[in-house]
Design a protein around this ligand. Structure first.
Ligand SMILES: C[S@@+](CC[C@H](N)C(=O)[O-])C[C@H]1O[C@@H](n2cnc3c(N)ncnc32)[C@H](O)[C@@H]1O
Length: 480
């Protein structure tokens, strides 16, 4: 069955690789559905799905999202041949205990140098995701030198060459250490390839560029400005700018353009400049606020995603990230008042992104693609005590979960009435170990850093541990 795609007639070279069976626009022969698992209250309405990018995108199409999405941002594996490890800091940011667990693998079969196997995953995923784009929608694919040339060619084939909008270069690191000492120019850049539907309009933000005091002039009303040569402005444009009071003529009659200045937060006079495709002003994650790094490898800074979302979507717009990792896109979308659909194939990523969205205050539906593997089991134990219409629940084991929640089960879907998660950057104790909730709570769910989940009933199969009515202790592993 055809999915749509191929918006234009301008086509370029087509990639061929030995294992290629993908043909643009073809749906999976065995479609899977997305099923709800958990609901958490909050504001907005966001989704987090455990499943492969291609499967989730296809399922969303069948749910009616085809042509409805304003922005697809993806930061897939880059074919780096690396196994990535999640590092949870249990005692805050700087020192202390680290809990390491597998996050995801970026290894591809050696045949064809790994590139063919990588493309077998990436090309159908991008194809399925582009079918979600609305008439003004754009897809942003964040990679590096290892994959950017492949992504361009694949997206040319899927969307047509004239759907290309930008190749943004983000300087993600300074040229230091091994990079600087190598016999090449430092590979300190990531590439974000942007393609759009025919009506796509990007709104690049303005950035503030401080102006040297010697280059600042003042007009008759005392307004500060600086000047620049007229460049390629036509005579007609100069006449228009002249009417706006934006032309400066030297004594010899030479024409310059005036740029009025504004003060930045530090009171420094700046010229506002529209951001171009070279992004050197978005700091790496290590310069982000202490609360931001989650320990998930390859996490991107929220400021980067905020820039992308703000320039590519209208307020209230719909954003999809199907390689969501720690959920940076989701948090940025929530903060900017957009709606996010996130998904990832790794259970560890789902646990990190869930906790992150909930810490931000988002309402979240956690779901899974029907064929996805079940997350690993976690052994958990809770104490539950009812009194005066309230339920007092303490987590006995594990001592330092990544997060846990208490709620009810409604037709198989967990509805949280309380939840807590470890805060990155904060010293010690994780998720709080006690909660008080209304007496209707029937289940606790416990999450670890490796992606494991336990579901512990608070009623039914329990053993009385202490005297007194309604005090129960359960000691059950997930699924028991
Ligand atoms: C580079 S990381 C994303 C990091 C993310 N942008 C962030 O800021 O945290 C890539 C993610 O893609 C996921 N992934 C790899 N292959 C996938 C697939 N076929 N479908 C869905 N997710 C996949 C990995 O589990 C990993 O979380």
């Amino acid at each position: 069955m055809k999915r749509r795609n191929a918006q234009t007639s301008i086509r370029g070279p087509v990639l061929s690789w030995p294992s290629r069976t993908w043909r643009p626009g073809e749906r999976s022969a065995t479609p899977e559905d997305i099923v709800a698992l958990e609901r958490f209250g909050g504001t907005g309405e966001h989704r987090l799905v455990h499943g492969s990018a291609e499967g989730v995108a296809d399922a969303l199409s069948r749910e009616g999202f085809m042509g409805k999405v304003d922005l697809v941002y993806v930061d897939p594996p880059y074919a780096s041949q690396t196994d990535y490890v999640h590092e949870a800091r249990l005692d805050g940011r700087a020192d202390g205990r680290l809990r390491r667990s597998a996050a995801y693998e970026d290894h591809w079969a050696e045949k064809d140098g790994g590139t063919g196997a990588y493309l077998d995953m990436l090309a159908p995923s991008l194809d399925a995701l582009t079918s979600l784009l609305g008439p003004r929608g754009t897809i942003w694919v964040h990679v590096d030198w290892r994959a950017s040339y492949l992504v361009r060619t694949v997206l040319d084939e899927i969307m047509g060459r004239d759907a290309f909008l930008n190749e943004i270069v983000w300087r993600r690191a300074p040229n230091l250490g091994r990079q600087a000492a190598s016999s090449q120019f430092g590979r300190t850049l990531d590439t974000i390839v942007v393609y759009g539907r025919p009506d796509a309009v990007l709104v690049p933000p303005l950035r503030m560029e401080p102006i040297e005091p010697g280059a600042i002039r003042r007009d008759e009303q005392g307004r500060p400005f600086t000047v620049a040569p007229r460049g390629d402005y036509t005579d007609a444009s100069i006449a228009r700018l002249d009417q706006e009071g934006r032309v400066h003529r030297t004594a010899s009659g030479k024409v310059y353009i005036k740029y009025f200045l504004v003060e930045n937060a530090d009171g420094v006079l700046c010229r506002e400049r529209r951001v171009d495709a070279l992004w050197t002003d978005v700091p790496a994650l290590r310069h982000a606020p202490r609360s931001e790094p989650t320990g998930f490898p390859t996490q991107k800074p929220r400021a980067l995603l905020e820039r992308i979302i703000a320039s590519a979507t209208p307020p209230g717009g719909l954003v999809v990230d199907a390689f969501a990792g720690s959920g940076t896109t989701g948090e940025a979308a929530y903060v900017l008042g957009r709606t996010a659909i996130l998904s990832d194939a790794a259970p560890a990523a789902i646990n990190v992104a869930r906790a992150r969205m909930l810490r931000a205050g988002a309402a979240l539906s956690v779901e899974r693609l029907s064929g996805s593997p079940v997350p690993p089991r976690v052994e958990a134990a809770v104490d539950a005590r009812r009194s005066a219409g309230r339920m007092h629940v303490s987590l006995v084991r594990p001592e330092e979960p990544a997060a846990w929640a208490v709620g009810t089960l409604e037709r198989g879907v967990f509805r949280a009435t309380w939840h807590s998660s470890r805060c990155p950057g904060k010293p010690t104790i994780p998720a709080r170990t006690e909660c008080e909730t209304d007496a209707g709570a029937t289940v606790a769910r416990v999450y670890d850093d490796a992606g494991g989940v336990a579901e512990v009933p608070l009623t039914g199969k329990v053993a009385m541990r202490e005297s007194g009515p309604g005090h129960a202790r359960t000691l059950l592993g997930a699924g028991e």
